[in-house]
Design a protein around this ligand. Structure first.
Ligand code: TMP
Length: 204
């Protein structure tokens, strides 16, 4: 039986990195084998592309360059890791995937959805998440939670950028049934309980 592909999405500071181990634990408790990964990244080459994407450059990185690098790393990650792992019957939990490109490069940078959808089709036409946990939080709270973190190139953007990213995530969530919106402003216990309910839906 094919594994289940679960992605975790949201702007900075919503608790994705805390929720991913919880998801892994929950699935393992059901007897599943779980592979945890992230984007951009997940293979040696894709992690090298991640470094390119997140470091500061003296020259301006064009939105198109950013988008293509995201998809270059994704193509490699999907074909060499995600898809073979799912085919082997292992569940894959991935922190961020194509919804992040729709939100950041689409909503944030203003690239048209149709271009991103074409790249998604080219890169992983056959592979899409079974469940996406979208952790939703307002941008002021996100900024407050991340104020003491060292920020990468993209995280250094202003609140307006993250507002557009959040709006794009919310629009995606209203469009796709696979996306479950989780209110990340609540306590960790409440967030985990909503995540557990969403995961239970995978078995129906
Ligand atoms: P993170 O691993 O700390 O979340 O950092 C990844 C950064 O890359 C984050 O700022 C979101 C951004 N990103 C995009 O802009 N588009 C994408 O498609 C993905 C996967 C990530």
């Amino acid at each position: 039986m094919r594994g289940r592909f679960i992605t975790v999405e949201g702007i900075e500071g919503v608790g994705k990195s805390t929720i991913v181990p919880f998801v892994q634990q929950k699935l393992e408790a059901e007897g599943r084998i779980v592979h945890v990964t992230r984007e951009p990244g997940g293979t040696k080459l894709a992690e090298a592309v991640r470094d390119l994407l997140l470091s500061d450059w003296a020259e301006t990185i064009l939105p198109q360059t950013e988008l293509l690098l995201m998809f270059a790393s994704r193509a490699q990650h999907v074909s060499t890791v995600i898809e073979p792992t799912l085919q082997a019957g292992t569940d894959v939990v991935c922190e961020r995937f194509t919804d992040a490109s729709m939100a950041y490069q689409g909503g944030g940078r203003g690239i048209e959805d149709s271009f991103i959808e074409s790249l998604a089709q080219l890169t992983h036409g056959e592979t899409s998440p079974d469940l996406t946990l979208y952790l939703d939080l307002d941008v002021e709270e996100s900024s407050f939670r991340t104020q003491n973190r060292r920020k990468d190139r993209i995280e250094q953007e202003d609140l307006d950028f993250f507002q557009r990213v959040r709006n794009a995530y919310r629009k995606l969530a209203s469009k796709h049934q696979r996306i479950v919106t989780i209110d990340a402003s609540r306590s960790l216990q409440e967030v985990e309980s909503s995540v557990a309910t969403a995961l239970a839906g995978l078995n129906k």
